[in-house]
Structure formats: C-alpha cells, structure tokens
Design a protein around this ligand. Structure first.
Ligand code: MV4
Length: 501
C-alpha cells in the first residue's frame, strides 16, 4: 500500500478520498487554492499545499503545480477525484512520467473512451449494443444517407463531447445542412475537435449506468446499476440504486455488457458504463473513466468502499470485493445539495455558510465539502454536499430521505434542498415512473410561480410553529443559547421568505 497519496481536487470528493485514505492507513496531501484556505479538505488532510489563486485554471487545473506538490511532500500517488483533470489523458500521462501512480485507468483507456466515435466502434467490435448511428460525418450527403439508414429524427453529437454538450435533434433531412455546419463549428470552438456524428434519437429514455471495478490481476466485475434519470441540463439531481426499471435478468445482461466494455479498452480501476434504456432495450452511451459523484448509492447497496478499492487497485493489489448474489441490498437514494436557487432557474447562490446542521440517524450519510464560515464563491462547481440514505425498500428510502432533508440546515445561501423535498412528494417519482424528461413533465417542481408562494410560506410557517411548540412545551429546558439559535433560525427563514414578497 502507498505511504502517502495526494488528492488533486477540492470539496466533497476531496474529503471522501481523504477519508478512504485514512481508513487504509495512508497519509494524505491536499492541494488548495487561495479561495479554499478554510475548507474541510484542507483541515482533514495530513498536509496541504497552496497551488494558486481561486480560478481553477490557475490552481486545480495546473498539472505542473500539482505534480510539484506531490514531489515536495513525497506522495507516491495522485487521486484526481472527478471533474478538473480526472478524465484528461494528458494529466494521467504527466503523472506517470513523474514516476507517480495515477489513481485511475491507463491514459490510453481514458483517451479511447473520451473519443465518442472511437468508443462506439470499439464497443461494436466487443459486441456491446450501441444506439444505431454513424461514424464522424463531414459532408451533408453522408449525413442524409446515415439518417435515412437509421431513421429520423437523429441526434447530432460531438465526437469529443459527452455529457450532452453540443447535442442537436434533427427532425428530417432538410434540417441537416444548417445543423451540421453549426454543430461542427461549435464543437471546434468548445473541444478543439470539430468532428460530429449521428445517432438515432431516442425520445424518452432512462439513464441507467453500471458501476464496474477492474484490477491489475485480470479481474473485472460489475456492482449493479444506478438510475440517474432525474437531471436538469445534463446535471444529475437525484440518483438511486437499484433502478425501479431493472430486474435481476436485465441487471445481469447490462452488467455482462459493461464488463465486456471495460475489458475491450484494457480498463483498470473504478469506472461507469452509461446506457440509455427505452422500451426494454439498452444501448451503450459512453463510459466515465473516473469515480462518479453518485458512487455512494452503489456503496450502500453493495457494502463495497469504491474509493478504497480504487486506491488498492492503483497500488497493484487485488480488489478485495466478494460479489454477492444478494446485491442490491435494499435501496439507496442520493440528493445532490448545491448552492443554487431551484426556483430561479438554478441561479448560483454565494455567501458565507452561517450555520450547518448535518442530518444523521439510521441509514443516513452526508458527504459534504463545506463547513460553517466557509465562503461559497462562484469559482467552482456549486455542489456543496450529497445526502444519501439507505433503507430496506424504495418506499422506506423515500421516507428516510424526506426525514433527513428536513434535518439538514444550511444557512447563509440558497440551496436545492427544497427542490428535493418537492420531488420526494411527487407521484410519478414515488411510482418510479421517471425518464430523462422527468423535469420537462414536472415544471411545477422548479417554478417560482406567483400562485404557489403562499403554499410554500404556509409550509415554512407550519414548520416554525411546530419547532416553537416543541421548544417551549413538553417540559423541555430551553437554555438562553439554544433559544437565541432558534430565534436566529426563525429570522433566517423569515429572511428567505422575503423573496416571495
Ligand atoms: C441521447 C438521447 C437520446 N437519444 N442519445 C445526454 C447526455 C449525453 N451523455 C447523451 N445524452 C442523451 N443522448 C440518443 N441517441 C438523450 C440524451 C439525453 C440524456 C441522457 C442521459 C441523461 C440525461 C439526458 C437528458 C437529455 C437527453
């Protein structure tokens, strides 16, 4: 095992990796920007190295500064987390060239999966079902021929894209010429690679992904699926395991395909194979060559610590996982809590965290990257933390999540917490009737609407009243300090209510 690992990230995922290292007896090095001097990952790590000013391009994206920090502190490996440089084959290569271990797959596997047309052909070779589509298209005539073959409407995607960036639906052949030139120009600007390709457009799919682990001893396993359909503009909001749409037979088939996909590119480490699922058929979409935000739901339903396994595998050890026929164990749900106002188009919210109360109790996990007094700025991804619950059944997990969300208190900025309470109360969600178009079908969950402010105000007032009754009644002694805090919380809720006036 390593003696010391450097975590090339910030926020909740840096905290998550530090925790895994500590449980493995591995020392940790954090890197941080000037904006993150007072942040949990810096406080929890054994050592911390300042790598630059707040903008990510001058800190968390500076490969050289990060590799220097590893040399300076004697770290033997670099864990990239997700985002930033986690899926940069160049960064992985530079880490290896500095005689450090990259906690992740070989750069060649990252590169191959990063090129969506290369990944598609490699998957077809490996017998993995892909959405009917084309190779890279340059001429309108090629595109029209491909569209006629696969059937309209088609989706135009960037070869270097992924995550939905630069996608365009094309209804028929006559819309192709304009779309093709606009899409390739945009792709060139966004990714420095103007290649685009076509896929048959699936009108209402679910996004279901399979977690895999591969070690350097030739073992490749899958850990079942996550349902990730509830998202907005390609940002996931709620994830769960298992998927309400997947039974044991489908899980086994998707799992085998995901393992074949990983084997086809010589994968090592933790990875995720994404599928679209519609009308009983599933299709490979892309592979994420990193640990993902939503990994904890899989950890809950398998009992496997995916981050510890990543580190073990990177150290050349065999993975320590026993695959179980009892998987998935119960049901897990994750809500992403971000510093955005869900009722104003998810507008980013910044400010100081004035108070933070984290839920606990049976089956509840908080993976957070904030603390009281932390100043949430606008330099980084707005994710503040993730609330994850585990229970025996999906219905019980929903009730548990609702309970935990009510316990969570983040004061000082607006968060997506109230949005999640809305989803958990919504009938289609409760029935498991979801797809990637869920929020299009439920705009009420993200609307400010003049009409509903009274309802929301009434709900908050009821909560406050209940709180007051409990504090003053039942023979409970109220200290001056706690009374002051309650009053503070109430005025904070009032301040928030102000936005509906
Ligand atoms: C699709 C699709 C329908 N048909 N491909 C969006 C993210 C990127 N990874 C691929 N995406 C999609 N690809 C075909 N052929 C619909 C989506 C899609 C989507 C996929 C996963 C999660 C959320 C989504 C939201 C809108 C569209």
């Amino acid at each position: 095992m390593f003696d010391k690992v450097l975590i090339a990230n910030r926020g909740e995922i840096a905290v998550r990796v530090i925790r895994a290292c500590q449980e493995l007896g591995v020392r940790t090095v954090a890197v941080y920007s000037e904006a993150d001097r007072l942040s949990p990952h810096v406080i929890l790590a054994g050592e911390a190295v300042l790598i630059g000013p707040a903008p990510a391009a001058e800190s968390y994206l500076r490969a050289e500064a990060i590799i220097d920090a590893a040399r300076l502190t004697g770290a033997q490996a670099v864990h990239p987390g997700y985002g930033f440089m986690a899926e940069s084959p160049e960064f992985a290569r530079r880490v290896l060239e500095a005689d450090l271990v990259f906690v992740g797959p070989p750069p060649e596997a990252i590169a191959e999966m990063g090129d969506k047309t290369a990944a598609r052909s490699r998957m077809i070779e490996a017998g993995v079902p892909v959405v009917p589509g084309s190779d890279a298209i340059t001429e309108v005539a090629e595109g029209v021929a491909a569209g006629d073959r696969i059937g309209w409407p088609v989706l135009l995607k960037a070869a270097a894209g992924g995550g939905g960036k630069g996608m365009r639906v094309i209804e028929s052949a006559e819309d192709l010429p304009r779309a093709l030139s606009a899409a390739s120009r945009e792709a060139g600007q966004a990714f420095g690679d103007s290649r685009v390709y076509l896929e048959k457009y699936l009108s209402d799919p679910r996004h279901i992904e399979i977690q895999i682990l591969a070690d350097t001893h030739g073992r490749v396993i899958h850990l079942g699926e996550r349902e990730c359909s509830i998202q907005r503009r390609h940002q996931k909001l709620v994830e769960e395991a298992p998927s309400p749409a997947v039974d044991a037979d489908l899980r086994a088939r998707m799992g085998d395909v995901a393992v074949a996909a990983a084997e086809a590119v010589g994968y090592v480490g933790a990875g995720t194979v994404e599928f679209l699922y519609q009308n009983g058929e599933f299709y490979f979409l892309e592979m994420n060559t990193r640990i993902q935000v939503e990994h904890p739901v899989t950890e809950f339903v398998t009992g496997v610590d995916l981050v510890q396994e990543q580190i073990r595998i990177a150290a050349g050890l065999p993975m320590s996982v026993e695959v179980s026929p009892d998987w998935p164990l119960g049901h897990a749900i994750e809500c992403r809590i971000s510093g955005e106002d869900p009722f104003s188009g998810f507008f980013p919210s910044s400010g100081r965290i004035r108070a933070l109360e984290v839920p606990c109790g049976p089956g509840v996990r908080w993976d957070g990257g904030i603390m009281e007094h932390y100043e949430v700025g606008l330099h980084y991804d707005p994710l503040l933390g993730k609330l994850i619950v585990h229970a025996a059944t999906r219905d019980q997990a929903i009730l548990r999540m609702r309970r935990a969300l009510r316990e969570l208190q983040i004061e000082g900025i607006r968060t997506t917490q109230p949005f999640h309470l809305g989803v958990l109360d919504e009938e289609d969600f409760k029935a498991g009737d979801i797809s990637v178009r869920y929020l299009d079908r439920h705009p009420e969950l993200v609307e400010t609407g003049e009409g509903d402010w009274q309802a929301r105000a009434a709900a908050v007032a009821a909560t406050l009243l209940e709180h007051r009754t409990r504090v003053s009644g039942g023979g409970v002694t109220v200290t001056a300090a706690s009374a002051a805090r309650v009053t503070g919380a109430i005025s904070e809720w009032r301040r928030r209510l102000g936005r509906f006036d």
